[in-house]
Design a protein around this ligand. Structure first.
Ligand code: BV8
Length: 261
């Protein structure tokens, strides 16, 4: 059954020109980055839900920065895994291909993906609380906690969307446009509970896209998915990639029938 579904999903992919991917913490798990809600997830270990909020930062910026500095030091030496690399390789295979990620670890870019929509920001970027300017600072550990904006002396905050904060409307609008125009949407390694990210696959499905979910366990999205592959992203994606490349004509994508026409 699994093999047959892989075959079918590869067939769907081979005939698609507009493909989107939504990823969550699960795609980085095999690189050693802790997820949020798993048994050894971040939210469990260090009361993360009380740290990733504007109220926590208001109350104790140093504590919040210690947590992010610790996560940055965890992520700094980490390499992308086979799942990230397959997605980076698919950029050249389809007319339109974009990765929409909830992750802040920067591993899709490190794997070579270029068209990335970071819904929740990026742990390597710091934003001045006064000027709103954003800088990428990769020092781990940070030279001082909490970090200070060199131009105005105000506090830097992580350039990350916390709970209770709205996503950047421009970023969210692009994510919806990609979701509502793709023919296939992969949903990989997300518990599909965080809003508004979790609505993107539903928007894609309503617009007629095939939904292909990859997760080690079912999620609230699974009943709506056209295909659910129970397994690790770093194993399922390479298996799908092998089948897809057997089907994809050597010629460019323009000779493929556009299934939606
Ligand atoms: C907002 C940054 C407007 C922090 C994060 C309805 C509409 C709008 C908002 C809400 C709503 N209902 C509730 C809300 C509020 C809230 C929300 O969604 N709460 C949830 C928990 C119910 N949403 C917000 O506050 C958002 N803001 O909507 O603004 C607004 C404003 C005020 C009031 C209302 C609305 C902002 C959300 C962004 C929050 N910031 N991160 C940081 O990282 O430090 S979210 C956080 O969770 C991470 O970014 C993470 O990416 C995200 C989602 O988690 P997942 O990525 O799915 O990770 P998780 O651990 O949960 O799951 C991992 C999955 O991988 C599992 O399924 C596991 O089985 C699987 N897996 C593990 N290993 C593998 C694997 N799969 C494959 N292979 C493997 N090897």
């Amino acid at each position: 059954m699994f093999e047959r579904h892989l075959e079918e999903a590869a067939e769907v992919l081979a005939g698609a020109r507009r493909v989107a991917v939504l990823t969550g913490a699960g795609i980085s798990a095999e690189s050693g980055v802790p997820t949020f809600r798993g048994k050894d997830g971040l939210w469990r270990k260090c009361k993360a839900e009380s740290l990733a909020t504007p109220e926590a930062f208001e109350r104790d910026p140093a504590l919040v920065w210690e947590w992010y500095d610790w996560r940055r030091s965890l992520i700094a030496p980490v390499e992308p895994n086979a799942g990230h690399r397959v997605l980076a390789g698919w950029e050249g295979l389809f007319g339109d291909f974009a990765v929409i990620t909830q992750n802040v670890d920067g591993l899709h870019a490190k794997a070579g993906s270029r068209d990335i929509v970071e819904l929740h920001g990026n742990i390597w970027k710091l934003r001045c609380t006064r000027e709103g300017t954003v800088e990428e600072i990769r020092d781990t550990p940070l030279p001082r906690i909490p970090p200070i904006c060199p131009s105005c002396g105000s506090l830097f905050r992580p350039h990350i969307v916390w709970f209770g904060e709205s996503l950047d409307p421009v970023v969210l609008d692009r994510a919806y446009r990609i979701s509502e125009t793709c023919q296939v949407m992969f949903v990989i390694g997300t518990s599909s509970v965080v809003q508004p990210a979790a609505t993107l696959p539903l928007a894609a499905s309503r617009a007629g896209a095939k939904i292909i979910e990859v997760n080690i366990e079912p999620t609230p999205l699974t009943p709506q998915a056209d295909y659910f592959f129970p397994g690790k992203a770093g194993e399922v994606l390479p298996a799908l990639d092998r089948r897809l490349r057997e089907k994809r004509p050597a010629a460019g994508i323009d000779r493929l029938p556009d299934r939606r026409s």
